[in-house]
Design a protein around this ligand. Structure first.
Ligand SMILES: C[S@@+](CC[C@H](N)C(=O)[O-])C[C@H]1O[C@@H](n2cnc3c(N)ncnc32)[C@H](O)[C@@H]1O
Length: 257
């Protein structure tokens, strides 16, 4: 069991996974008390990942690098991609050593997926790692994913410049998929309440849709653009829900020309 709050394990609680302990359940409960809509957004985000992977596989992509991955279960990247095409290869990356250890155990019998322990801000460590180079063919399109990850990078880390530098190292036809929580009073008030009740809340930087749009740089953003997460290629009426435009979490997918 971890002795520090791990946001990936907290997400695992809300995704009904099996990689969390009592500390994580307690921390998840604190977050839910202050911002009750967060579990809903986490589930919406995981459903988005599934839809993006389906889109990418249908568009011929077979290789994925997922930045800030969390626990690789509950319909995470390799599960969806390899179900659609067994030859899909996935590199997961996270900074949290406990999450990486769990990830490696989960992937131990999967020859086409690896889990790197690295800081996503160190692009060369991620792309230059021998395991990445063994799995990813850099002459073929790669999908780079940052799903609710840039949230954890402050502006001083230049998240837009970071994803641009990754994309610059990938061949033409590669994709960049991102989602990001926007600024909204519900979330900011929830964070304020957390700090009043429990002390330091998770440190995140909320960003608006136009900022996420800028992060795509020269990549051509595919339809329907950068939109509230539920509106990105929804599959079912149930997934769409009511008032999907009100979810302050934005998503988009860009293609490098
Ligand atoms: C919201 S969680 C998991 C998001 C995951 N992409 C998903 O869709 O479920 C964000 C993850 O990013 C990781 N993370 C945050 N900053 C990071 C960094 N600089 N380098 C690598 N991982 C990072 C955290 O450890 C955490 O597991």
């Amino acid at each position: 069991m971890t002795r520090y709050p791990s946001i990936a394990r907290v997400n695992d609680c809300w995704l009904e996974g099996h990689n969390h302990g009592p500390d994580d359940v307690e921390y998840a409960g604190r977050i839910e008390l202050c911002a009750p809509h967060i579990p809903y957004l986490v589930r919406a985000s995981r459903a988005l990942t599934g839809r993006m992977i389906r889109y990418l596989v249908e568009h011929g992509v077979r290789q994925f690098i997922d930045l800030g991955s969390g626990i690789p279960t509950q319909r995470h990247v390799h599960e969806v991609a390899q179900e659609l095409n067994a030859g899909c290869r996935v590199v997961y990356v996270d900074l949290d050593p406990g999450v990486v250890a769990d990830g490696r155990a989960i992937l131990s019998d999967n020859d086409n997926a690896v889990y790197l322990h690295a800081d996503v801000r160190d692009r060369d460590a991620v792309l230059g790692d021998a395991r990445t180079r063994a799995l990813i063919d850099f002459t073929e399109p790669v999908a780079l994913l940052a799903i609710e990850t840039l949230l954890y990078l402050p502006d001083s880390d230049d998240p837009g410049g970071l994803v641009a530098s990754y994309l610059a190292a990938l061949p033409s036809g590669s994709y960049l998929g991102m989602s990001h929580c926007g600024e909204n009073s519900q979330l900011s008030e929830g964070l304020d309440m957390f700090s009043r009740m429990f002390g330091q809340p998770p440190v995140v930087t909320l960003r608006e849709r136009d900022e996420l749009e800028r992060y795509f740089g020269d990549a051509e953003v595919v339809e329907p653009g950068v939109v509230p997460v539920l509106l990105w290629h929804p599959l079912t009426e149930e997934e769409l829900g009511r008032n999907p435009e009100l979810a302050h979490m934005y998503a988009g997918l860009g293609r490098k020309a």
